[in-house]
Write a protein that binds this ligand. Structure first.
Ligand code: GDP
Ligand code: MN
Length: 361
């Protein structure tokens, strides 16, 4: 789960990383009361879950006299389509230099990898793309509490040594917060010292319970519902709903829709041994997606019984057309039930997908 900048900064600060003085506001007028503490020159930063806010107009400078007006302007904007609901107001730093540092899990070595670049800030991706050597990387054993000095030297190269404690603190935060990514871009030097001018922290979804996070905000309401029932569920952009059992069969269904130039609305694998109840929840879940007017149910009856599936579909009683392809255990009973209730059950996956395409069109 991705944290917003202000949340990541609160955490980083607890690990001893210097962050600018700041406050989170939810309305423009709130800024006034905090200016005496924060300072006359401020930066207003939209707290939206998108990258590259700076370039997209989500980071604005203001003086004490213009702060309310600038906040009002920022609240009225959408940053890459996301409305601004809260703003982090911070003291403006007198930045001397912007560095880049991030820590992620390196999949190939299965260890934390620390990346550092001398030229941080909003252009980091272009810089790294143009010159790979612009980013240095070291892999750190997760068994170590600290980044060893020899690796820190390699990472920093000619950059100031005073950055080292902050990078080490970031490593502690990364480890203890079960992070997938901990990033400071830019990590800046100022006459007052080193600061994390920006902050990014992504917590491993599998560690949310251990981290005391009850709700994964990155999931939509439907994704949470799917998680509750144990469905493998991914939302896509199309209009044809898909329900299958087994990841392979479900993926093949998506492939076939793609093959016929259709667009699937989702991936939903109900899993093995789905009973009436589970099927009903799955059908209702997919039917609740906006823009879905047809659902393809493609199931193989093994432990799953086709009559149970049919009962689940009938019990769901949803508005979108449900087109079924099932084969296997109790197939005939299933077909009978569906026919009695006016549902179409087709002989092949190909026929079912083509029928769905017609309804979708
Ligand atoms: P991002 O675009 O979402 O990564 O937002 P950042 O928080 O990284 O801000 C983008 C850029 O705004 C930074 O790279 C800085 O150049 C600039 N910036 C942010 N905070 C300050 C500040 O306190 N003082 C100054 N001078 N520039 C800042
Ligand atoms: Mn940034």
């Amino acid at each position: 789960m991705k944290l917003l900048e202000y949340e990541a900064k609160e955490i980083f600060s607890k690990y001893g990383i210097p962050v600018p003085k700041g406050v989170l506001i939810r309305a423009p007028e709130e800024v006034t009361a905090h200016l005496p503490r924060i300072g006359d020159a401020v930066v207003l930063k939209a707290q939206v879950d998108v990258g590259g806010r700076g370039k997209a107009g989500g980071v604005l400078m203001a003086e004490d006299a213009t702060a309310v007006e600038t906040a009002r302007e920022l609240f009225s904007r959408e940053i890459k389509g996301v409305p601004v609901r809260s703003i982090l107001v911070e003291e403006r730093l007198a930045i001397e230099h912007e560095y880049y540092v991030s820590i992620a899990v390196d999949r190939s070595s299965r260890q934390p990898v620390v990346l550092f670049a001398d030229a941080g800030g909003v252009e980091i991706e272009n810089a790294a793309m143009a010159d790979e050597s612009a980013v240095r990387r070291v892999v750190v054993s997760p068994l170590l509490r600290d980044i060893p000095p020899f690796l820190m030297r390699e990472l920093l190269g000619g950059a100031p040594k005073e950055l080292a404690p902050t990078i080490n603190s970031l490593y502690h935060a990364f480890q203890e917060k079960d992070a997938m990514l901990a990033e400071i871009n830019p990590l800046v030097t100022t006459p007052q010292g080193v600061y994390a001018a920006d902050a990014k922290l992504i917590i491993d979804d599998n560690a949310l319970a251990r981290q005391g996070i009850a709700v994964n905000r990155d999931l939509s309401e439907r994704e949470r519902e799917a998680e509750k029932h144990g469905f493998s569920y991914v939302e896509l952009d199309g209009s044809i709903g898909v329900i299958g059992n087994g990841a392979g069969l479900t993926m093949s269904t998506l492939d076939l829709i793609e093959y016929y130039r259709g667009q699937a609305a989702n991936f939903l694998d109900v899993g093995g041994g789905a009973d009436q109840e589970r099927v009903m929840h799955a059908v209702r879940l997919v039917a609740s997606m906006p823009g879905v007017n047809v659902i393809v149910v493609n199931l193989l009856g093994g432990i799953t019984r086709c009559d149970e599936v049919a009962k689940g579909i009938i019990a769901a009683g949803v508005a979108p057309t449900v087109i079924v392809r099932m084969a296997g255990t109790n197939e005939e009973e299933g077909r009978q039930l569906l026919a009695e209730h006016g549902y179409r059950m087709l002989e092949s996956m190909d026929a079912a997908v083509r029928a769905a395409m017609e309804v979708a069109a």
